[in-house]
Ligand binder design. Structure first.
Ligand SMILES: [Zn+2]
Length: 443
């Protein structure tokens, strides 16, 4: 008799359903559902969730490693000639095939769209499938990455130019239905507005701008630190400057904001701007609103995790953090510990900010910080486990909140959380790199 693919599912289950999760990730490896179409330019990030997720579940053998290595390496950005090295551009990894397009039918040129987050994900995948990173040409990557570091120590997400030529942008935006044209528009939108979050759905382009100009905050300091750490070469960033930037991001309450002076959080509310029929007028309004709203702009990401993990990778956090006196540390550890521990909510899950509902991904963002601080013994583990199981999906994977459909992002951080909780049958995590210990060491 053939093996049954669908299992009975008990929503009140107290079991981490490893086989179901492997099945879910294998499905995502074969083909992503259409709902992910708008995230085309973040394809490397989605692949990272799948590949590293399978590694956590000890099922990395389910994918063809050679195919994955060749695909990831094909996304590396290369300059046309040496003279372009001095133009300030970044030669890391493109987020997807579509962002490698050089020009569209109208002859409009697309700038090099390689991005720090895509580069981090590319290297994380390569390490996870056992590729020897010393075989890769990383000299230009690191040299050009240094161009992204700002005078205050922060890193820009990517080289960007703020709409230098409106005619070019409009030429790019004359598309309607062709899929690759849509991808081109998304890339153009990203490059010209400097925002990481843009998507296209039913004729509407959505932007979630974080800063005016290019994005630069703790998330990209973390990406740069992880890239240097994985390449075992720290020439790509000024460590002292980056450390100072991180220290300046610690808030009065002990947590970290994404930039100095902003509220400490692990996840801001997303404020979404939808532009229909994209026009220069609306573009101006977008810029104006961005300027007016300043720091209130939102992001998704664990600022506190990015800060602590970066300091750990850069060697600025001691091993026995809690047993040393507070004055020994570059950051205020007791205050950070206090803020972090207060984020475990009544239902057992972790919340990103006070008074927000608990959400699967924070079990990693906050739980990971507590592990790095060697304070995870203070987590109510059985309550956290109970909350996470209410987000376990009958299709495999995890949802953000209980009883919703699963998504790759929350599934991955759900697996990470169960690894942190030492679930049997899972590989343990190198928290600060966001991959398994096996992948990090390169066994
Ligand atoms: Zn979340």
């Amino acid at each position: 008799m053939e093996e049954q693919v669908c299992w009975d599912f008990d929503p009140e289950s107290s079991v981490f359903d490893r086989d179901r999760h492997i099945f879910y990730l294998e499905m995502m490896y074969q083909m992503l559902p259409s709902a992910y179409q708008g995230q085309e330019i973040n394809r490397l990030t989605l692949a990272y969730f799948v590949v590293s997720g399978l590694d956590i579940l000890r099922a990395i053998d389910r994918i063809d490693k050679e195919v994955v290595i060749n695909w990831v390496l094909s996304l590396q950005a290369h300059p046309k000639n040496d003279s372009t090295l001095e133009n300030g551009r970044f030669y890391g990894f493109h987020g997807s095939r579509s962002s490698q397009f050089q020009s569209n039918d109208n002859g409009a040129a697309i700038p090099n769209g390689s991005h720090l987050a895509s580069t981090y994900c590319a290297l994380a995948i390569l390490k996870t499938v056992g590729y020897d990173l010393s075989l890769m040409d990383s000299e230009l990557l690191l040299k050009s990455m240094k161009n992204l570091q700002q005078t205050d120590g922060c890193m820009l997400a990517m080289y960007y130019c703020l709409c230098p030529d409106m005619k070019t942008l409009l030429a790019l935006l004359t598309c309607e239905t062709d899929y690759f044209q849509i991808c081109t528009v998304l890339l153009a939108a990203r490059v010209y507005t400097g925002t990481s979050f843009c998507s296209y759905d039913k004729g509407r382009i959505s932007f979630m701008p974080i800063h005016i100009g290019g994005e630069a905050d703790l998330r990209f300091v973390f990406c740069a630190a992880a890239i240097c750490s994985m390449l075992k070469n720290w020439s790509g960033m000024d460590l002292e400057k980056a450390k100072d930037y991180i220290i300046n991001c610690q808030s009065y309450d002990g947590g970290f904001g994404l930039s100095p002076g902003s509220e400490s959080h692990v996840d801001y509310e997303l404020k979404k701007y939808v532009i229909e029929g994209f026009s220069p007028v609306l573009y101006s309004i977008l810029i104006f609103v961005t300027l007016m709203d300043g720091n209130c702009f939102s992001v998704a990401g664990g600022a506190t995790y990015c800060a602590v993990a970066s300091l750990k990778l850069m060697g600025f956090l001691e091993e026995d953090l809690l047993s040393r006196s507070a004055s020994c540390h570059v950051i205020n550890v007791p205050l950070l510990l206090d803020w972090t521990l207060q984020k475990q909510a009544q239902d057992g899950g972790f919340q990103g900010r006070a008074n927000k509902p608990a959400d699967t991904c924070y079990a990693f963002w906050i739980g990971g910080v507590l592990r790095i601080l060697q304070a995870d013994k203070f987590i109510d583990e059985s309550a956290l486990r109970g909350f996470l199981l209410t987000c376990q999906s009958e299709y495999g994977g995890f949802s953000k909140f209980p009883r919703l459909l699963p998504d790759l992002y929350h599934s991955y951080y759900g697996f990470c959380a169960f690894s942190l909780l030492k679930e049997p049958g899972l590989n343990s995590l190198c928290i600060e790199l966001g991959i398994t210990v096996v992948a990090a060491i390169g066994l």
